[in-house]
Design a protein around this ligand. Structure first.
Ligand SMILES: *Cc1c(COP(=O)(O)O)cnc(C)c1O
Length: 416
C-alpha cells in the first residue's frame, strides 16, 4: 500500500499551486496507486471470496470508475447511493444494507435489479415482503445478523452488540419462519458486519471463524443449505503509525488456511470493504497561511480545516502529515517561519475543535508551505460539514497514473 505521495501526485500539487491565485487547498486522489492497491488486495483473496466496495467510504466518480473493473460489485447504504451507483457505475452488481430503509428505497432497489438486500429487522422483512409482492417481484435477501460477541471482539467502532444494526440470533427462527410463508422473499444468505477499524489480523481471523461456525449451525438448526456469507468490511487503517498497516498477505494466507480447516470451500464468501480500499490513495493538501505562538504552543493555520477534513476530529487523533516546502521561495524569503519545534496544525474555523494534527515535530515550517495530510481517501470529505463558515470548497484533483517506483526520488522534500 502506497502511503507517501507519488511523483505524479506531487506534480499535481505543483500544478495546483501554479493555477491557484491564493493559498492552495485540495483533495488529491492517486488513481494509479488506488488501482494497484485494490487489485493486489482482491488478487490475494482465496478463490471462494468476493470483494465489494462500500461506497460510503468515498463515492467520487473517478474513484468508482477506477474500482469498477476490479471489485466484484458495490455496496450501497441508501437510496441516494443506489441512484449514484446506477448513474456512475452501471452494470455492476449492487447490494443494499443499512437500518431504516424507506419503502421508496426498497422499491428503488428492486426496480434496479438489486443483487441482494441485507435485511436489518423483522419489521423491514415484513415491509419488504409486502412491497416485493405488490411489485410482482421476488426480493433476493440476506439476513444481517447482529452477533452477541461478548469479549470475543472489540474495536473503537462496534456494530455488533446493542446497536440499530442487524437481527439478533434469537430472532432468526422467527425471521426464517416468516420467510417460509412469503413467496416474494428469497433467502440467499447471511450478512455479518460486526465492527470497523480492525487492525489485528489474528483477531479478525478469529471473528471469521466464529462466522463460519455460526452459518454451519444456522444451516443445521433451520434445515437450510445457505452458502452465501457476507462478512462485512471493517479492515482498519493505522493512522497513528502509518508504516504499520495490516499484513494483507499474512491475513489472506490465514484466511485460506481457515477456510480449509473449516471445510468452507463450498461457501460463497464476500467482503465489502470501505476504508481499507480507498484511504491510502487520498491526500488533503492545505497551505499554511499563518504561524503564531499562543501560551507556549505554536499553531500553523492552514487554508481549509475540519469542514473539509473532519477525519481527525471524528477519530480523535492527530492526523499523519508531511510538509512540502514551497517551491521557488520569494527572495529574500521573509515569510514567518519556525525551526526545530513542535506545532499544532489547525484550519480556518472559529472553533477550537478545528484541529487536524497536534504537537507535530517540525524542522522548519514557513507560511506558504503546504501541509499534506496522508491517508485522507476514506471517510474524509463526505463526512465533513462543508457549509460551516462558508469557506470555499477544496479543489478536487484526480491523478491518473503513478510513475514506476524505480524512478522515484526517495526524499520527498527534495522534489520541491
Ligand atoms: C460502512 C460499512 C462497511 C464498510 O466498512 P469499513 O470499515 O469502511 O470497511 C461495510 N458494510 C457495511 C454494512 C457498512 O455499513
Amino acid at each position: 500500500m502506497r502511503i507517501l505521495p507519488s511523483p505524479g501526485l506531487l506534480a499535481a500539487i505543483r500544478n495546483e499551486r501554479a493555477r491557484s491565485t491564493g493559498p492552495i487547498c485540495a483533495y488529491l486522489y492517486d488513481l494509479g496507486a488506488l488501482t494497484e492497491h485494490v487489485r493486489a488486495t482482491r488478487a490475494a483473496l482465496p478463490a471462494n471470496c468476493e470483494m465489494f466496495y462500500a461506497i460510503k467510504a468515498n463515492a467520487e466518480v473517478p474513484i468508482l470508475g477506477a474500482l469498477a473493473p476490479i471489485v466484484d460489485g458495490f455496496e450501497a447504504s441508501s437510496g441516494g447511493e443506489l441512484a449514484w451507483l446506477n448513474e456512475h457505475a452501471p452494470g455492476k452488481p449492487m447490494i443494499f444494507s443499512g437500518p431504516g430503509k424507506l419503502d421508496d428505497e426498497i422499491r428503488q432497489a428492486l426496480a434496479l435489479g438489486i443483487e441482494l438486500i441485507h435485511v436489518e429487522s423483522l419489521g423491514e422483512l415484513a415491509r419488504l415482503a409486502r412491497i416485493a409482492g405488490d411489485m410482482g417481484r421476488t426480493a433476493p435477501i440476506a439476513l444481517r445478523v447482529n452477533l452477541g460477541l461478548g469479549s470475543a471482539a472489540a474495536t473503537r467502532l462496534m456494530m455488533a452488540g446493542a446497536s440499530p444494526f442487524g437481527i439478533e440470533e434469537a430472532e432468526l427462527a422467527a425471521c426464517i419462519a416468516f420467510i417460509d410463508g412469503q413467496p416474494a422473499l428469497d433467502l440467499q444468505g447471511f450478512h455479518i458486519h460486526s465492527l470497523s477499524h480492525q487492525l489485528d489480523m489474528k483477531a479478525h481471523l478469529a471473528l471469521i471463524e466464529i462466522y463460519l461456525d455460526r452459518i454451519a449451525a444456522w444451516n443445521a438448526m433451520y434445515g437450510r443449505r445457505i452458502r452465501h456469507l457476507n462478512m462485512g468490511g471493517g479492515i482498519g487503517i493505522n493512522y497513528r503509525d502509518p508504516d504499520d498497516q495490516i499484513d494483507w498477505p499474512a491475513f489472506t494466507a490465514g484466511l485460506s488456511a481457515l477456510i480449509e480447516r473449516k471445510r468452507a470451500q463450498h461457501l460463497a464468501l464476500r467482503f465489502e470493504f470501505g476504508r481499507y480500499l480507498t484511504c491510502a490513495s487520498g491526500y488533503y493538501a492545505a497551505e499554511v497561511v499563518d504561524l503564531k505562538s499562543s501560551h507556549g504552543q505554536w499553531f500553523a493555520i492552514c487554508r481549509g480545516g475540519s469542514h473539509h477534513f473532519r477525519t481527525p476530529s471524528a477519530q480523535r487523533h492527530s492526523h499523519p502529515l508531511i510538509i512540502l516546502p514551497r517551491d521557488r521561495p520569494p527572495a529574500p524569503d521573509d515569510r514567518p517561519a519556525i525551526f526545530g519545534t513542535r506545532v499544532n496544525v489547525v484550519g480556518q474555523l472559529c472553533t477550537p475543535t478545528d484541529r487536524l494534527a497536534q504537537d507535530v515535530p517540525v524542522e522548519e515550517l514557513r507560511v506558504g508551505d503546504t501541509v499534506l495530510f496522508l491517508l485522507a481517501g476514506a471517510y474524509a470529505w463526505t463526512i465533513s460539514h462543508h457549509d460551516f463558515l462558508r469557506h470555499p470548497p477544496p479543489a478536487m484533483c484526480f491523478v491518473e497514473a503513478s510513475l514506476p517506483i524505480e524512478k522515484e526520488t526517495a526524499d520527498v522534500d527534495a522534489i520541491f
